[in-house]
Design a protein around this ligand. Structure first.
Ligand SMILES: [Zn+2]
Ligand SMILES: [Zn+2]
Length: 411
């Protein structure tokens, strides 16, 4: 038996998992404050959902999906992203009118593993469904920015673009195709292969991008409605103090994407890893899945990459406020009751599962990274306890009622 996890996956243990938990709690609280309710769907879907929803011509669908047949002969796929599933679920719910949903969980793509890119990776996101209003785009963009702000990122850039809609994009795509054909000798094989079917995807190619800095800009081709939609988003972002940079070559290379496209760049990190999230408007997606026209806008944040960029190891997060040290076996029962009281009072507290020497119990406290200890000894008879700050080793004798407060202040 081999105890290593499958290639491209990790076992996330403490202390690293502490940083994960803290990050996900910040995310959940933020999404709740902005009015996004949790949606929990299956981790696998009918393969159709992604083949249609993500797009047959995309690299994700062609090369990266974990697709399998179940015992009933159905073709299923582990979700490679969140949006198609959420829109599928919304259509299935029969709900009419706006809906704001947040999701969080593992996604799966068969890719070459590297730092910040695993085959099982974790995304959180929101979808603002059944509205085409530019305020929705601005709010979604703001949430991702605030998330990175709350996580303490020193510098985040929002790259922003509009790629138009069915009315105005064809003219832009045609201009781009003509331009790219003139640059054929500079393009990689993959870009040459998609040039005719989906020229927008060529702009996404990291290899070709440096040669395409003078390509036509989508914003120059926007129709009146798309232009005013885009202007409203920028106005709203200015109003709430979210800085952004117009990035004319930022595209979401899928057919159903319309108008807004954005990405969050954690500046100061390696360019290959610094895009920590992004999203866009996908007014055509519900129809692509076979439903009615339902506009929507959303974002996805890559938690693996965010933690990598933030350099968060979790080592600075204390998992326990207090370790209860029991001086002698006959005090153990009382100590267990005391421990239970502390936990119910909101203190993160623990003790060893069996009676050991006081020295061994302090060793356990240190191994568990507790910031304080309470020693249950003879003083208990006068309702008092010795507490010790495990960082400074300073001890004091306090009343039993004061311990919870002491432990919280000692965090
Ligand atoms: Zn290329
Ligand atoms: Zn337009």
């Amino acid at each position: 038996m081999n105890f290593t996890p499958p290639k491209g996956t990790d076992d996330i243990f403490p202390p690293t998992s502490r940083a994960w938990r803290r990050t996900l709690i910040i995310w959940e609280n933020l999404a709740e404050r902005y009015g996004y309710d949790l949606v929990m769907g299956p981790i696998f879907e009918s393969t159709d959902v992604f083949a249609r929803g993500v797009g047959e011509s995309t690299e994700v669908v062609q090369k990266q999906m974990y697709t399998f047949e179940d015992k009933g002969g159905r073709s299923l796929t582990l979700r490679p992203e969140g949006t198609a599933s959420v829109v599928r679920a919304f259509l299935g719910s029969g709900v009419q009118g706006e809906m704001k949903l947040a999701y969080s969980g593992p996604m799966f793509r068969y890719e070459r593993p590297q730092a910040g890119r695993r085959r099982q990776f974790y995304q959180t996101g929101v979808e603002y469904l059944a509205t085409a209003a530019p305020d929705a785009d601005a709010e979604v963009i703001e949430i991702g920015y605030r998330f990175l702000e709350e996580l303490g990122f020193p510098a985040v850039e929002v790259a922003l673009n509009s790629i138009g809609d069915a009315a105005c994009r064809p003219a832009y795509v045609e201009a781009l195709r003509i331009y790219l054909n003139e640059k054929r000798e500079l393009l990689c094989d993959e870009s040459l292969a998609t040039l005719e079917t989906n020229p927008l995807r060529v702009l996404d190619c990291k290899v070709c991008a440096p040669h395409l800095i003078d390509s036509p800009k989508a914003v120059d081709y926007l129709c009146g409605e798309c232009a005013s939609h885009f202007a409203s988003i920028r106005e709203r972002l200015d109003g709430v103090g979210v800085p952004y940079r117009l990035e004319p070559r930022l595209v979401r290379g899928l057919d159903y994407y319309t108008r807004t496209a954005f990405e969050y760049i954690a500046t100061g990190f390696d360019a290959a890893q610094n895009a920590v999230g992004g999203g866009g408007r996908y007014d055509g997606l519900a129809e692509t899945l076979g439903g009615p026209a339902v506009p929507g806008v959303g974002l996805a944040m890559g938690i693996d990459r965010i933690l990598l960029a933030a350099g968060q190891t979790g080592a600075d997060i204390a998992p326990l406020d207090l370790f209860v040290v029991v001086a002698s076996p006959e005090l153990r029962e009382r100590a267990a009751g005391f421990l239970s009281d502390l936990r119910r009072a909101g203190v993160r507290a623990d003790m060893t599962p069996d009676q050991r020497s006081v020295k061994a119990q302090f060793r356990a406290a240190n191994r568990r990274k507790a910031t304080g200890a309470a020693i249950i000894g003879d003083e208990w008879n006068s309702s008092r306890v010795v507490v010790r700050n495990l960082t400074t080793s300073i001890q004091e004798l306090i009343s039993v009622e004061e311990v919870a407060e002491w432990a919280k202040n000692n965090r």
